[in-house]
Structure formats: structure tokens, C-alpha cells
Design a protein around this ligand. Sequence first.
Ligand code: IMO
Ligand code: MG
Length: 380
Amino acid sequence: MSKVDVVLGTFFGDEGKGKIIDYLSSTADVSVRCSGGNNAGHTITVNGKKFAFHLIPSGILNDNTKAIIGNGVVIDPKVLIEEINLLHKENISTNNLFISNKAHIIMPYHIVLDKLLEEHRGNNKIGTTSRGIGPAYCDKYERSGIRVEDFVTPNFRNIAKKNIEFKNTILKAFGYEPLDADSIIAEYEEYAKFLSPYVKDTINIIHQSLASNKRILCEGAQATLLDIDFGTYPFVTSSSPSIGGVCTGTGISPRDIGEVYGVLKAYSSKVGEGPFLTEQNNEIGNTIRELGHEYGTTTKRPRRCGWLDLVALKYSARINGLTGLAINHLDTVGKLDKIKLCVSYIHNGKVSMDYSTNPIYISNCEPVYEEFERKFWRFK
Ligand code: IMO
Ligand code: MG
């Protein structure tokens, strides 16, 4: 392990990053979530019991590891408190949890707006996780978001009141019930009280850790093809889950980063809408789904399944500067008689190794597969 190691998703999420993160975090002094929110799903095993965590970094399980929710994360306080309480129930201390004072809060109006925007898109919906992620990042960039450092002060009341007033004008204009500012504020002030002891300047903590040669693990959530810039826009999430988000979401400089592990599966899966060239919307896809248990951790949705796309992997490796790959579910494809790998595309009649998320480009591409038979592997 170098000073800062990073684990990132290389495709559309759900590559099994959690498994690799759990493995690496046992030797990390600090583990950090950099971006996204509770749209991420990560199953961890505590005392033999499985828990689906969405916000808390894996490092929490090791008392000697600082588990940090970085400034790039958007936090639903209710969900975070539920996760903390679950850990306490299992007698796991959260004294090693630190929440960035610069992370943003997901408010109830973000969740309402996420659902309404999806409704409004109709047939062009993105298939979001309805957790308020997009609207929370919108407010962050529009500069009306609520930072944790405001959330835990009396100033929260005024900011929230103003914001709810404004969101209610939008809701009313579209014929929806306005939100009750007073009850939301009262509820969220309680959450703020609960979370306040965990709030710290995590950028300083990270810098001090680096100065004293501590080892940091950055825990990626979502994945490169869901990146707001590099993914299949608009069918993406609203943050930067690729390498850039590690820097902007933590305060770590690119020069501090050592290994960048890209996680993938031996096949591909996707939740939500959008182009997925190697999708097998057929018996093969159904078989992979059942064999690989491809149902969402966050939304329980059946995932779309298909073959591994090496053209997209090359793109993802380039964007993130991957130094290593971790491949999950080799045993799953090992149960099939034949597997296919997409090795290039035919684009407008010509062989191409170029990936592009441009919808017109993708619609003009056909995957070229190499097929492998069971005799090439030994899994039963
Ligand atoms: P992990 O960390 C898979 C997808 C959603 C949707 C799109 C936008 O478990 O790999 P959002 O709610 O973020 O605005 O939804 O992004 N998505 C994920 N798909 N795994 C994830 O996280 C995802 N996080 C978001 O399904 O298509
Ligand atoms: Mg997931």
C-alpha cells in the first residue's frame, strides 16, 4: 500500500467495490468516502451478520482506522443516524467516525424534487435511486446547499427556512403540496444535535495524516460510466465518482495518490436507464442476473446484465490512471458453458477500439465478441 490508495468502479457501479475496500481497509489508518451519497450500496459483514451500508466507510469496523465522510459527499442525516445506530446495536464504536464540515446535507425537498423531476421526464427518465442526490448536488453548485458546518449551528434554521420557502413555490407551481418548514426544521435540528460530535475539518485531519505518513484508503462509490462528465450523460449520477472526485472530495492532491485499483466484474451490469452496448436482454442476461444475484442493494431493482466490455474498460483505465484491476464474479461466469468478451466495436462499418459516451456514436456501434468455451476454465 502506498500513502494514498484508491478503489474505483470501472463501469456502471455494483462491481463489488465493497469487497476490495473491506480487504484493503484493514491495513489503512484512514478510510475516506469521497463522493456520492446513499445512492451507493455496500454490504458489510458484522459479527457474522450482513448489513447494507450506504454512507459509512468500511474503515469504521477497525477501531484504529479513522473513517471519514469527505467533503464531496452529500449526506442524508436520517440515513447516517440509522447506520450509526445499527453499529451501536452491534457494540461497534463510532468514535472513529468523522464527518466533513464541508459535506452537504440532503434535505426532504431534495428527495421530493428527485422524484418529481423523474416523473416530469416521463419516458426519458434516468432511473435515479430517488435519494435526492441530483437536487442536493444542484443546490451545492448553485450555492444554496446546506453544508454540515451550517447544519450544526443555529444558522441552519434561517437557511433551511429560506430554501424551503423557495422550493415550495416550485412545488405549488406544479400543483404539489408544499412542505411544512417548521416540522422539517424541528426534525432536522434533532439530527444535527446527534451528528454534531462527529463533525470535523476532515481536510486538516487528512493533511495531518499524510504528514505523519499514515496510509489512506479512498473508498469509491458509483463508477466511471456514471460520472457526470465521463459517463453516459444524462444517465449518470450527479457527482464525479472517477479519480478527479477523489481530490475534490477529500482535499488529497493528485501527487499523493499511489495505487488506483479499478474494480470490475467478469460481466457487466447496470441499474437505471441509458446505453449499455453489451447488454443481454435475453436468457443469458437473466441467467447472469440469477447466478450473480444482481438485484440492487439500495433500490432492490433487478439489474440489467450483459457481457464484459473491454473497450469501455480501456476508457475507464485511461480516465482513472488505473494501476491495478480487481475482477469479481469470475466464479459466476465460470458456471456458464460459454462466455463472451467484447473486444472492439464496429463503428459505421469500421473496427474501432474507441469508447465514447456520445449517444449518437454509441447508437452507431456494434460490439465485436470473442467467445470462450468452458474447456478454457476449471470452475464447476
Ligand atoms: P454503488 O456505489 C449502481 C445509478 C442509478 C441511476 C443513476 C442516477 O453501489 O456502485 P442517482 O440516484 O445517483 O441520481 O441515480 O445512477 N446509480 C448507481 N448504480 N450502483 C451505484 O452505486 C449507483 N449509484 C447511482 O441507478 O441510474
Ligand atoms: Mg449499488
